[in-house]
Design a protein around this ligand. Structure first.
Ligand code: NAG
Ligand code: NAG
Ligand code: NAG
Ligand code: NAG
Ligand code: NAG
Ligand code: CA
Length: 527
């Protein structure tokens, strides 16, 4: 009886009839038509759609075969894990199978034979789809719960991770956090990440097997202890910043940091009783479809929303082609009880035929021109229909007109280019000597120094003369006795006393020879 009551209660958020249809055919004064509502898929057992990864390599027991014992029977180490024998193997998939009553199947780690090196394991669950948790995450440990572990979540398919909950028999010691209970949270702290000691203390491994992430207790803060007042929860989910996202995940990771000890300290002489064994991970949730779908199906290896309201995408996160006369919006739980569908509208159906490709949700009528035009085009667009790119941006040829990335910044080099505009392929207009799409390079025979300047000297046509060397195409470094841009001038042509009366034949062989001699024999000319 008690069991049945618990079962019934368990079903409350799953069986709730709210927001379960997306549209219905109704008859109004103007005749029959579709009426649209905010809608969401039913909650499901998400473990049926998950992919799992266990780290590090070699953490699963049985390769090589290994004996272990239990805290109940610490001196009878006759149990064996052998990965090559199906009856004795404990692979990760046994955390997600359905079990016959009383016969637990479980993933098991190697034992803590490397003590005091920590025994660490990560169990990562990935859905490749955003899901919204609707009930507690329940992890069942067969031979005692870890004394320290952590739950992490990702919202972006595993690119970034965030702590979700900390678990320890002593939160202060393990994580320098005070121990808290979810039941004690308030409406303003319902999405706090906390450390709990409720699931880590030793109580006999057969007695207390589960570790929870308490979704229901957090819902209860708004919906009351038996989740009767779901309206209040839905209202809060719409209005409290970050609350919806708190219950949304694409991936979960259990970081197991220290196994059950079965006492207060580790017995070094018997390390075969320390390991992790997880028989089940229950995750209950629904596909996140932004209130635009009531069905979510498993296709090509991933869950996908069956989008309504003329939306599309894995999460119904954008408007279908030709239904983009205003920006996409998620449906809303409000106003109660049916919410708002915020459906995408066909071009031509709203705003008197003004398409803005989703870059504006406001149009305005310009009287003297007799046109309707989009107002405040976003995403660097401009134009009557936000169909052009702003100056300094160009069209991204791989993006549709309604893509947020449709306009790319020109990024013209400020010094090398004439202005910050570019042509349709992103080429800037270069000043003399500059080149490259962004004008940040120099043409041959030009050098870069705050812009492109023609070479003064080089190794081909503009050779430094009289033994001078060319410095970075910018100037010749002349030997003593010569000057000029290419060291072509003997100093004595300029200052007669340098030459000791030699004839001032500009650049003549004699002058050069004299100059060279003067270089080698500094005293000679004075003789
Ligand atoms: C578990 O994942 C965390 C990142 O979330 C990583 O820093 C750590 O090294 C991983 N541990 C193991 C044992 O793979
Ligand atoms: C993830 O889902 C998307 C959309 O359904 C799909 O295109 C992609 O191939 C999936 N990726 C993996 C790794 O399954
Ligand atoms: C979506 O588009 C179809 C036409 O393809 C239309 O019949 C339907 O009413 C539209 N739905 C919504 C919610 O706008
Ligand atoms: C062009 O658009 C595509 C599609 O949205 C996007 O993936 C890409 O990043 C965009 N390119 C640039 C340079 O922004
Ligand atoms: C843009 O400019 C580059 C370089 O001048 C040129 O090669 C390209 O054809 C131009 N593209 C267009 C669309 O005019
Ligand atoms: Ca199992």
């Amino acid at each position: 009886m008690l069991y049945l009551a618990a079962l019934l209660m368990h079903c409350v958020p799953l069986a709730m009839g709210q927001y379960d249809i997306c549209k219905s055919w109704v008859t109004t004064d103007d005749g029959p038509s579709w009426e649209f509502y905010a809608c969401q898929p039913k909650a499901m057992r998400m473990k049926d759609y998950v992919t799992v990864r266990v780290d590090p390599a070699g953490i699963t027991c049985g390769d090589p075969p290994e004996r272990f014992c239990t805290h109940e029977n610490p001196y009878l180490c006759s149990d064996e894990c052998d990965a090559s024998n199906p009856d004795l193997a404990h692979p990760p998939k046994l955390m997600f199978d359905s079990e016959d009553e009383g016969l637990a199947t479980y993933w098991q780690s190697v034992t803590w034979r490397r003590y005091p090196e920590p025994l660490l394991a990560n169990i990562t669950l990935s859905w490749n789809k955003s899901i919204e948790l609707t009930d507690d995450i329940v992890i069942t440990f067969e031979y005692g719960r870890p004394t320290i572990m952590m739950l992490e979540k990702s919202l972006d398919n595993g690119r970034t991770w965030h702590p979700y909950q900390y678990y320890a028999d002593d939160c202060m010691e393990a994580f320098s956090m005070p121990a808290r209970r979810v039941r004690d949270l308030s409406t303003t702290s319902a999405n706090r990440v906390l450390c709990t000691e409720e699931y880590s203390r030793w109580a006999g491994s057969k007695k207390e097997k589960t570790v929870r992430f308490e979704v229901r207790d957090r819902f209860a803060i708004f919906a009351g202890p038996d989740l009767k007042n779901m309206d209040n929860l839905y209202t809060r989910l719409e209005s409290a910043k970050g609350l919806k996202d708190f219950f949304t995940v694409t991936d979960l990771r259990m970081r197991l940091l220290r196994p059950a000890l079965g006492g207060t300290y580790v017995q070094r002489e018997n390390l075969y009783k320390y390991f992790y064994a997880v028989s089940n991970i229950e995750v209950t949730g629904r596909c996140k479809c932004n209130l635009h779908a009531n069905l979510c199906t498993f296709k090509e290896g991933s869950l996908q929303c069956e989008c309504e309201h003329n939306t599309t995408g894995q999460d119904c996160g954008k408007c279908k082609k030709n239904f983009r006369s205003r920006s996409w919006r998620a449906g809303s739980y409000l106003p109660l009880p049916n919410g708002s569908p915020n459906a995408c509208a066909a071009a031509g159906s709203a705003f008197g035929n003004c398409e803005c490709y989703g870059h504006s949700n406001r149009c305005s009528y310009i009287d003297f021109l007799n046109v309707v035009t989009c107002v405040s085009c976003k995403h660097n667009t401009r134009g009557q229909h936000c169909q052009h790119c702003r100056l300094g941006f160009y069209r991204n040829s791989s993006a549709e007109l309604d893509d947020e990335n449709v306009c790319i910044e020109c990024n013209c080099n400020q010094i090398g280019s004439m202005h910050d505009r570019c042509n349709e392929t992103g080429y800037c207009e270069c000043r003399e000597g500059a080149t490259g799409p962004k004008c940040d390079d120099c043409l041959p025979n030009y050098y870069w120094r705050q812009g492109c300047f023609p070479n003064v000297c080089d190794d081909e046509l503009l050779l430094c003369q009289n033994g001078g060397t060319c410095y970075q195409n910018q100037r010749c470094i002349c030997p003593v006795g010569f000057k000029g841009v290419l060291c072509q001038q003997s100093r004595c042509e300029v200052d007669k006393k340098d030459c000791d009366g030699a004839p001032g034949a500009g650049g003549s062989l004699a002058t050069v020879a004299l100059g060279l001699l003067a270089l080698q024999l500094p005293g000679w000319v004075d003789l």
